[in-house]
Design a protein around this ligand. Structure first.
Ligand code: CO
Length: 186
């Protein structure tokens, strides 16, 4: 297992709709292991496009209180089949370092998904687990948590983020461009 670099906004892969997983093979298992390792000590959820892989995969490990947590859950090709109620929670995102905003989501969800072997499962989730599921599933549709704010709040949050991270963003864009140039030349 290896730690992979986390992609930050405004990298285009975060705005991309990820594609369904069809091969439940060694490459997928490698990705899942790397994602769990990358998420560890950093966050409670991580979507594959946050490490630059546009597949419908996310991992999560959510605290349940009193030192308990869910353990690493691997979610592939997820679909929310039912929602109930409403909840507001102050969310953060590894792709938006330093940003926290209160987002409104469904309080409970029924989630259908496949595991690393392609076996279908369905779970009912509430509280922070339900919030995390919705945040990560949004990533797979190219939606980030700031897209769930009112247009004005979204604009302000994005402006502040871009202002505070200007140097890192320019550096990342420069790296992406020279990578493109290299692959075009080869
Ligand atoms: Co996120």
């Amino acid at each position: 297992m290896a730690i992979r670099p986390i992609v930050t906004w405004p990298d285009p892969v975060l705005k991309q709709r990820c594609t369904e997983v069809v091969a439940f093979d060694a490459d997928l298992h490698q990705l899942l292991g790397d994602m769990a390792e990358t998420m560890k000590d950093e966050g409670i959820g991580l979507a594959a496009n946050q490490v630059g892989v546009a597949l419908r995969v996310f991992v999560m490990d959510v605290p349940l209180g009193e030192g308990e947590h869910t353990g690493v859950l691997e979610i592939i090709n997820p679909r929310i089949v039912k929602t109930k109620g409403e909840i507001r929670y102050e969310e953060g995102c590894l792709s938006f370092p330093g940003v926290n905003e209160t987002v409104k989501r469904a309080a409970e969800v029924d989630l259908a998904y496949q595991d690393r072997h392609g076996v279908e499962h369905e779970v009912h989730a509430s509280g922070l687990v339900a919030i995390c599921i919705q945040h990560e599933l949004d990533h797979l549709d190219g939606i980030v948590f700031l897209d769930r704010l009112s247009p004005l709040k979204r604009r302000i949050a994005l402006r502040d983020y871009l202002r505070e991270n200007r140097e890192q963003i320019e550096e990342a864009q420069h790296r992406a461009k020279s990578k493109l140039r290299r692959s075009a030349a080869s």
